[in-house]
Design a protein around this ligand. Structure first.
Ligand SMILES: *[C@@H]1O[C@H](CO)[C@@H](O)[C@H](O)[C@H]1NC(C)=O
Ligand SMILES: *[C@@H]1O[C@H](CO)[C@@H](O)[C@H](O)[C@H]1NC(C)=O
Length: 391
């Protein structure tokens, strides 16, 4: 069935985005401040992350198929968590399809998405996609030929109807407020709003603690989460976010000793540059299993990729957004010891466009010596597309 709102959609080109940059303080306010235990490499020296991308909860709640596909998305995540037992789940944006949600508060659906990790006591981190805070889009069939909507709306869950979408800040406040021990998400610095979900997580070393040599708090991996926009504003990573990244990385990792990984929702234009031709075979050095559409990139590139390519400590970028792509390809960066890998996740949810089998990209990082490997775990348990991101 064709569902009219189901595409990554063209970039919402708002007027030029004026972003006021106040002083950017180096801030990893998160873990310690809230009493959460720090993230740490496991006894085997590994740290495993499951990426849940494009769940698109809450579609067509007034029909049978909407709730049925949400139940199917629950099952995908349960199967992946059973098979992989990750240390962290990253929800890579488009947790909900807000433009198909006539409810005043989308947190209900957002909460259902994160309940997969919460139910198993697995910590998680979220970033925003372009659908999460969209305003409700009226289906054309809800209007009569003279343009007047019918008097009785399809009933939404919860009390009454709401059509404006739930702002990013409200979604994030509800998530972090209700999950103080397991949510590692953060709204990020106010200076970067309307971008919300810009923050850094540190994964601490295991070995140094075991040696008891006073380096108990040494990070061995830095994970940067950025809001790539969309929905209520343009699909971009702003130059203010680039400056924020620069400040954070200089503060936390001045000598580039600690490996770094990057997570956001919408592929940057660099993805389109390295992409194998749509619908062609995925050949080495790229690794993946579906290549069924063109990359739908951010509206502009304002310096983030240059900033990442210059830092040899940045090993890979992970995005969702394109449900018909699941590959990883290397991106040429001059003067790098190792390549910078650009990876798509795998469409995890039964919501959103596309009928490709559902699964999740898994990422496993080893501390000493540092390595990052990735693969895709399917709903039915199959594993494929193993790739080494550090070689
Ligand atoms: C939305 O619901 C969440 C709980 O799901 C709640 O924490 C939050 O306060 C609600 N927000 C509004 C604006 O009602
Ligand atoms: C699992 O699903 C994949 C499609 O992703 C399919 O190719 C494979 O045959 C299935 N394996 C089993 C054991 O059902």
């Amino acid at each position: 069935m064709h569902k009219w709102w189901r595409s990554p959609g063209p970039a919402l080109l708002a007027a030029a985005l004026a972003i006021v940059v106040a002083a950017l303080r180096p801030a990893t306010e998160h873990a310690a401040a809230k009493g959460r235990p720090p993230l740490r490499f496991g006894p085997g020296g590994a740290f495993k992350v499951a990426l849940f991308a494009d769940l698109h909860y809450g579609e067509d709640a007034w029909t049978d198929w909407g709730p049925a596909q949400d139940a199917a998305s629950d099952r995908v995540m349960a199967a992946v968590l059973d098979a992989e037992n990750p240390d962290l789940v990253v929800y890579l944006g488009d947790l909900v399809t807000a433009n198909n949600l006539p409810v005043p508060n989308a947190s209900l659906y957002w909460d259902r998405a994160v309940s997969a990790a919460r139910g198993r006591g697995v910590p998680w981190a979220t970033v925003f996609g372009n659908h999460d805070d969209m305003a409700f889009e009226w289906p054309p069939e809800w209007f009569s030929p003279d343009g007047v909507p019918p008097l009785r709306w399809p009933p939404g869950p919860g009390s009454g109807c709401g059509f404006r979408g739930t702002p990013r800040t409200d979604l994030m406040a509800a998530e972090t407020g209700a999950n103080r021990l397991l949510s590692y998400s953060s709204s990020g610095p106010r200076e970067l709003w309307p971008g919300v979900s810009n923050y850094v997580l540190q994964v601490l070393s295991r070995g140094r603690r075991a040696r008891g040599d006073g380096h108990d708090h040494d990070p061995a991996l830095l994970m940067y989460f950025l809001d790539s926009g969309g929905g209520s504003y343009t699909e971009v990573v702003s130059s203010a976010q680039v400056r924020w990244f620069h400040t954070q990385s200089q503060f936390l990792n001045p000598d580039g000793r600690i490996p770094e990984l990057i997570f956001w929702h919408i592929p940057s234009t660099a993805y389109a540059k390295v992409a194998p031709k749509a619908k062609s075979e995925i050949r080495k050095p790229c690794v993946g299993s579906i290549n069924e559409e063109e990359v739908a990139p951010q509206a502009a590139e304002w310096g983030m990729m240059d900033a990442l390519a210059k830092r040899s400590s940045v090993k890979a970028v992970f995005v969702g957004h394109n449900h018909g792509l699941d590959w990883c390809c290397p991106y040429d960066g001059e003067e790098r010891e190792q390549e910078l890998w650009l990876c798509f996740a795998r469409h995890t949810g039964y919501g959103g466009y596309g009928d490709w089998p559902r699964g999740a990209r898994i990422l496993e990082v080893t501390e000493e010596p540092f390595s990052a490997v990735s693969w895709i775990r399917m709903e039915n348990g199959t594993r494929h597309s193993d790739v080494t991101l550090t070689s």
